[in-house]
Design a protein around this ligand. Structure first.
Ligand code: C2E
Ligand code: CA
Ligand code: CA
Ligand code: CA
Length: 278
């Protein structure tokens, strides 16, 4: 029996070893990807719930891997967060998003707000300066840019985080609180955050309208947003029933497969042009 247990341990450590090798393989691949132009952004439109117009987009990173094809962020962002490489990924994303926004602006497209996801590890005192510098280099109005931060960002040193947020909003860049309700940020802090928009997480949208709890949570988030004078957007909207419920509840904006999947830059530009044709 001792042998069987030994085998078990041996298999286990072999698995660990493989897991580690896989991580190292992805990490060095990602480093290479950063320098080699293998990352790209897709853009998922955000819509005004009242008039159905595109009011913005969320930039979502992908990795065009030479062998594995288009790799979704779920397969490399968590690892990049664990290793710290997400800081470089984030720098690339901000740069690419601003370059794209500038291009759309110069092409005469209607002004929209382009949202970039910022992970907790990027949310340092260096971020406001980097944002300012990037906007200046591209000659881009700050109103074109939004940063989506998650609740986990807010769980660290709260006064420090609020200081960084204040510096970012002072630039004219807006902040939205992503995946709202999935973290642990205290409601007493919420009023101190200089945020523009609360984002209802897909895990709540998904149960609307059948699940009474998800409906109650969505309504509560909408009500908190309204009372704190924030806008509120629901992500992951896939059905007309969800849309009807959210509209009736006073949600301001929607994003999801019902309207559009994340699009390549050209396809998004096309959608934006069509959307604004009188
Ligand atoms: P997220 O910020 O919550 O982004 C929303 C995710 O939901 C996106 O997945 C989007 O494609 C997907 N989605 C949108 N509408 C629907 C829908 O109606 N149904 C379903 N089933 N899914 C929908 P994606 O692009 O795979 O991104 C996953 C996550 O990866 C993001 O979640 C975000 O946490 C992270 N991520 C993506 N891009 C970046 C980035 O540039 N930087 C950082 N730090 N994280 C990123
Ligand atoms: Ca997001
Ligand atoms: Ca989200
Ligand atoms: Ca989410």
């Amino acid at each position: 029996e001792g042998g069987a247990e030994g085998d078990h341990v041996a298999f286990y450590s072999q698995d660990m070893n493989q897991g580690m090798q896989e991580r190292m393989r992805i990490e060095s691949g990602l480093r290479h990807a950063l320098g080699n132009g293998e990352l790209l952004l897709h853009y998922q439109p955000k819509f005004c719930i009242d008039n159905g117009k595109i009011i913005g987009a969320e930039a979502l990173v992908r990795w065009r891997h030479p062998v594995r094809g288009l790799v979704p962020p779920a397969e490399f962002i968590p690892l990049a967060e664990a290793t710290g490489l997400v800081v470089q990924v984030g720098e690339w994303v901000l740069e690419a998003a601003c370059a794209q926004a500038k291009q759309w602006k110069d092409a005469g497209l209607p002004p929209i707000r382009l949202a970039v996801n910022v992970s907790a590890r990027e949310f340092t005192s260096a971020l406001p300066g980097r944002v300012q510098d990037t906007l200046t280099r591209y000659g881009l109005e700050p109103s074109w840019l939004e940063l989506e931060i998650t609740e986990s960002t807010l769980m660290h040193n709260i006064d420090r985080v609020i200081g960084i947020m204040d510096r970012i909003t002072a630039l004219g860049v807006t902040l939205s609180l992503d995946d709202f309700g999935t973290g642990y940020s205290s409601l007493s802090y919420l009023k101190r955050f200089p945020i523009d928009t609360l984002k209802i997480d897909r895990s709540f949208t998904i149960g609307i309208p059948g699940d009474a709890n998800d409906c109650a949570i969505a309504n509560t988030i909408i009500s908190i947003a309204q009372q704190l004078k924030h806008k509120v957007i629901a992500e992951g909207v896939e059905t007309v029933e969800q849309l009807a419920f959210l509209k009736n509840s006073g949600c301001d904006e929607v994003q999801g497969y019902l309207f559009s999947r994340p699009l390549e830059a050209e396809a998004f530009e096309e959608a934006l042009r069509e959307n604004w044709t009188p």
